[in-house]
Unconditional design. Structure first.
Length: 372
């Protein structure tokens, strides 16, 4: 890059430093990080050390890993310059500035966690780090300017009054890594701060669009960053042109609707469509309708069926009597043909339902029931 700074952002890696809870680390002294490790803090602080070592080395590239929500996780090699551009897009949109207090509470092996660190390096944020858990604000006594969480972390936080108050004191919260169901979104609407749902993926180096979840600007539509152009493929899946963060046009598997002003809404994933009796059913739409009547973890998947081609399966971690409510809430063609209890719903490391694992689990259960 030609300029070391851009609108107050540090774009030259050689000039960057990480402020970690007030302590400054540069390429020259990051080896001090492992020396301050205490007890169970080992893993995630060492992860931060390794990421910074990779970031500050001479290579213009860095390796990132996909979450594996729809298939086997894979590694991608991306340009650090593009990660910096992604950080600038977010920091500029949210007006994040030097010394703003930010929270890292997501695993660093995925792009969401990595980009929290890159934003801190680029904008000079004061980063606070907590071990990834379901309750990231449990011991956070400092008021934050910015935090990024997955939906499960937000849900858990809102179940504890003390943690809810700390969340309210966080000026800006972005939520990514999974769908936000209607019940959680209703709770979020009551928060006084600024809360956004993100849209993006590893290939776009975190998000390229944001959707406001509360306040007067709340919307069901995602607003792409100014440098991003959105369109639809022949299969009505979202196509992304984001030249600052992604070298090639990206055709996603997300079925979407694009509005004349360039905003868009996501209907679900193409690979999550169940074709039952010739009717295409979006898995996510069925799950969203069931969230308000099921109290445990659950997932919708499918198994082969001789008459319908595919049959809808509801996997649940508890045995709940919900069939009457399902019949009231869903049209007949969307109602699960099978409701099976499982010990655990599979999730990926980034908190998304592991769709491939759920289908394998349903197929195994079907085989067991046939043999009985």
């Amino acid at each position: 890059m030609q300029n070391k700074t851009l609108k107050g952002y540090i774009t030259d890696i050689k000039e960057q430093h990480l402020t970690l809870e007030g302590v400054v680390y540069t390429a020259k002294n990051i080896n001090e990080l492992p020396k301050i490790i205490d007890g169970d803090e080992t893993d995630y602080r060492i992860d931060l050390y390794h990421f910074l070592s990779d970031w500050f080395n001479d290579s213009p590239y860095i390796t990132v890993q996909t979450s594996g929500s729809t298939g086997a996780p894979k590694k991608l090699t991306v340009r650090k310059e593009q990660m910096i551009q992604s950080a600038i897009l977010t920091c500029s949109f949210l007006n994040l500035r030097k010394n703003d207090k930010a929270l890292l509470c997501m695993p660093l092996r995925y792009i969401g966690g990595k980009m929290v660190v890159v934003r801190s390096l680029v904008a000079g944020l004061n980063l606070f780090i907590r071990k990834p858990s379901g309750h990231p604000l449990a011991d956070m006594e400092t008021s934050l300017r910015f935090a990024a969480m997955i939906p499960l972390q937000v849900y858990n936080t809102l179940q504890v009054p003390e943690e809810t108050e700390r969340l309210k004191q966080t000026d800006i919260l972005i939520i990514g890594g999974g769908a936000i169901d209607a019940t959680l979104e209703t709770q979020i609407r009551k928060l006084p701060n600024s809360v956004y749902s993100t849209y993006g993926m590893t290939e776009t180096l975190s998000h390229i669009a944001l959707r406001r979840l509360n306040g007067p600007e709340a919307s069901s539509r995602y607003i792409p960053f100014p440098s991003v152009t959105i369109s639809l493929s022949e299969e009505d899946t979202l196509v992304i042109d984001a030249p600052l963060v992604c070298s090639e046009r990206l055709t996603t598997n997300d079925v979407a609707h694009v509005f004349p002003d360039g905003s868009f809404s996501i209907l679900g994933r193409k690979d999550n469509i169940i074709n039952s009796g010739g009717i295409k059913i979006q898995t996510e739409s069925v799950e969203e309708a069931l969230h308000s009547i099921i109290t445990c973890n659950f997932a919708i998947t499918s198994v082969p069926h001789p008459k319908f081609g595919e049959a809808i399966v509801l996997l649940m971690e508890k045995d709940e009597e919900i069939e009457p409510q399902i019949k009231e809430r869903l049209p007949k063609y969307q109602q699960p043909k099978y409701i099976w209890q499982v010990d655990t719903i599979p999730f990926t490391g980034s908190g998304k339902i592991d769709r491939a694992a759920c289908r394998e689990l349903a197929l195994d259960l079907m085989k067991q029931k046939i043999q009985q």
